[in-house]
Write a protein that binds this ligand. Structure first.
Ligand SMILES: [Zn+2]
Length: 252
């Protein structure tokens, strides 16, 4: 289930599914990514507040250059940039990672056994390319992650109420899961799809337990007062962000 908490009196939302990691989604109040001149002062302040909340140096708070690709990389202290990257895996305690969204689906993955996490950016392109399962596959290869240990948090996204797609996009999404029936509807001649649901189903098809996936109820277009929507705002440069930092495991 999702909840609101406050960083310097400004809201972020988070899921109670993964208390083992520090994670949250920023809102309009806590924006850290926008090209709009009028927002730069707020961004500077929010970045400071968030870094201080996470107890992390600004230089260690990193974000890849997202391009709607299906490229997955591992955050590494030796690298300072991640070009053409739409999923970043985090296995160290020194860094925190964030990715930016305005309608696309944020996926936070966490392997509770190996204490490894990831954030992926799944718009329709990333969802069609199965970036969620691909991120998990790299975790499986590098850390021996297993589906039964995986927890998945699906963040605020444009929902089925507001997300119509063309037939070509629908067909690409349809080919990624066994049965798309619960995740689309047609209204007159338009097809509406549930991107959050399709991403959830991709993880279920991998063997992740239904109860280990938490889906945010918010639609970024309907709840445009809280979040940014590329569609509703006709190409805004502002983004809300998904943020992840690992906690050191206490000895049991
Ligand atoms: Zn909506």
């Amino acid at each position: 289930m999702f909840h609101v908490k406050f960083i310097n009196k400004k809201s972020v939302i988070y899921s109670d599914l993964i208390p083992e990691v520090e994670h949250f989604f920023t809102t309009r109040e806590t924006v850290i990514r926008s090209q709009e001149e009028s927002m730069q002062e707020a961004i500077k302040e929010n970045l400071e507040d968030i870094c201080s909340y996470l107890s992390i140096d600004k230089m260690k708070f990193i974000s890849p250059n997202q391009t709607h690709s299906d490229n997955v990389r591992i955050a590494n202290n030796a690298l300072d940039s991640y070009p053409n990257t739409d999923a970043l895996i985090l296995d160290n305690y020194d860094q925190a990672v964030y990715l930016n969204f305005a309608d696309c689906t944020p996926l936070i993955l966490y392997d509770k056994k190996h204490n490894v996490g990831a954030i992926a950016h799944a718009g329709w392109r990333g969802t069609a390319a199965q970036i969620g399962p691909k991120t998990f596959e790299l975790m499986q290869e590098k850390y021996l992650s297993q589906p039964e240990d995986l927890l998945v948090v699906i963040g605020p996204t444009i929902a089925i109420c507001c997300y119509s797609v063309g037939e070509d996009v629908f067909n690409k999404l349809n080919s990624t899961i066994n049965d798309i029936t619960p995740y689309y509807t047609t209204v007159y001649d338009k097809i509406y799809v549930d991107l959050k649901g399709i991403n959830k189903q991709q993880f279920i098809d991998l063997g992740v337990k239904r109860n280990n996936i938490d889906v945010c109820p918010y639609c970024t277009s309907c709840n445009n007062d809280m979040f940014f929507s590329y569609r509703k705002e006709q190409g805004t440069t502002s983004r809300h962000s998904a943020i992840l930092k690992l906690k050191k495991k206490t000895i049991e």
